[in-house]
Ligand binder design. Structure first.
Ligand SMILES: C[S@@+](CC[C@H](N)C(=O)[O-])C[C@H]1O[C@@H](n2cnc3c(N)ncnc32)[C@H](O)[C@@H]1O
Length: 429
């Protein structure tokens, strides 16, 4: 397929996502099933246009003067594929599978508009109702932070030190352009892809099958490192899900001590068993029923809550979620977060650490939750987060936003990672 056919297909998929309110991955999969002639390169390129369009939906639409899937598809190519209106119309000319070329109105909108003049929420590529949330979290920098959340993400891996090392994995993946991450000790980064490219399928690599590395955003790795799990500790990962943090904690503990991996949804834990086997984590016990945690009360050195959240910090990877998010969903997440904080605190031993993590950038899910919990619970006090960051990442003070009392925030703009929030509270002796 040529670019015109790929663009037409992407517009079709964007229409499907909008009309049926469905996840981008499902719409792309369906398109692939009903167009079996399309090769892997075509699918990757179509996926890139769709994801670029979703990440930059408002700025792409604004640039072309409309908010239709067509405008967003064309806008995505202008913003992320180094195309110009002229180069696009030249390329599409004579391609019978291409959408109609840019019209005179569209051409004049593109010629007249400069994204620097667009309204703030357009430049931040967020919905109107989310703009005040970003503004509250980032003050004067919110537009830049929003824009960075709308950029293409890198592919990050974590070398599994139980079976390999960062150097060995880097050697194994040399052809992919993999490089060490700037912050996480065992992180490896493959830079964001360009244009129609796609990231290598690292999970097909023998090194992955051998358990030498996991796919994990650097921000998630940093959050696990900050928790400070050490060999011999007793740790409860209360919202373990598929086990991303569990595996990182287990490696930091060198397989010594015990991690209890719990989640209220049994189905979410399903992938953890395979992952544990592949990575050779021998200190993880999966606990599906909350009743089975009864014996752990006040026993844990660390209780980690990787809370259910809006996921606003991961908008680069799941841009469709950005447009589906509602105030009501945010309210539901907030209420779940405080319920979980209240339920999980009981397992922290005197002197132990209570760690609260989200992959959201909103204060409402982050510092507000910590503040409200501390107001309810006088037995807990925040650690000095500036000191914690300095001891883990010396000389990198600018790579995170640190509120000494309330926590540490990572963002794409500042840290080059997904958006994460981390707070650690110590239970008094
Ligand atoms: C952010 S995800 C966890 C991701 C996981 N820790 C990782 O690193 O791969 C949040 C998890 O919290 C779980 N959850 C939601 N409510 C819960 C509750 N009341 N108790 C325990 N887990 C809960 C969800 O099922 C979901 O798997």
């Amino acid at each position: 397929m040529r670019l015109g056919g790929r663009l037409a297909a992407a517009i079709e998929v964007l229409e499907d996502i909008e009309r049926r309110h469905r996840p981008a991955a499902d719409a792309l999969k369906d398109w692939g099933l009903s167009h079996r002639f399309a090769g892997a390169g075509d699918r990757a390129a179509i996926g890139n246009i769709v994801y670029d369009g979703l990440r930059r939906k408002r700025s792409a639409g604004w640039l072309v003067g409309d908010d239709t899937p067509r405008a967003i598809g064309f806008g995505a190519l202008l913003l992320e594929w180094r195309e110009t209106a002229q180069s696009l119309n030249q390329t599409l000319d004579g391609d019978k599978f291409a959408p109609p070329p840019l019209t005179a109105d569209e051409l004049s909108a593109i010629a007249a508009r400069n994204l620097n003049d667009a309204p703030d929420a357009v430049r931040a590529d967020c919905s109107e109702w989310c703009a005040p949330l970003l503004e509250r979290a980032f003050d004067g920098q919110w537009v830049g932070e929003g824009a960075a959340l709308a950029a293409r993400p890198p592919l990050d891996l974590r070398a599994n030190t139980l079976k390999s090392s960062r150097a060995k994995v880097l050697e194994e993946l040399a052809e992919t352009g993999a490089a060490p991450t700037a912050l996480a000790a065992n992180g490896i980064r493959i830079a964001p892809i360009d244009g129609s490219g796609r990231h290598p399928n690292v999970q097909a690599e023998p090194a992955f099958q051998k358990g030498w590395f996991e796919v994990q955003d650097e921000g998630s790795q940093i959050a696990a490192e900050l928790a400070g799990a050490k060999p011999g500790m007793q740790v409860l990962d209360y919202c373990a899900g598929a086990g991303g943090k569990t595996l990182a904690l287990s490696a930091a503990m060198e397989n010594r001590g015990q991690i209890f991996a719990h989640d209220s949804e049994k189905g979410r834990l399903a992938p953890i068993f395979d992952r544990i086997r592949r990575s050779e984590n021998r200190n993880v016990q999966v606990v599906t029923k909350q009743a089975e945690l009864a014996g752990l009360q006040q026993q844990m050195d660390i209780v980690l809550i990787d809370a259910p959240c809006t996921g606003s910090g991961t908008w680069r990877r799941r841009p469709d979620a950005k447009w589906r998010l509602t105030q009501r969903q945010l309210d539901v997440r907030k209420s779940e977060q405080s319920t979980i904080l209240d339920a999980a605190k009981t397992y922290v031993k005197p002197g132990g650490l209570f760690v609260y993590i989200t992959c959201s950038v909103f204060d409402e899910e982050n510092r507000d939750q910590v503040e409200a919990f501390l107001a309810r619970e006088t037995a807990f006090a925040p650690v000095d987060h500036a000191e914690l960051w300095q001891s883990g990442f010396p000389g990198k003070a600018d790579a995170a936003r640190i509120d000494k009392a309330m926590g540490i925030s990572l963002t794409p703009a500042r840290s080059g990672t997904d958006g994460f929030f981390f707070a650690a509270l110590r239970r008094q002796q």
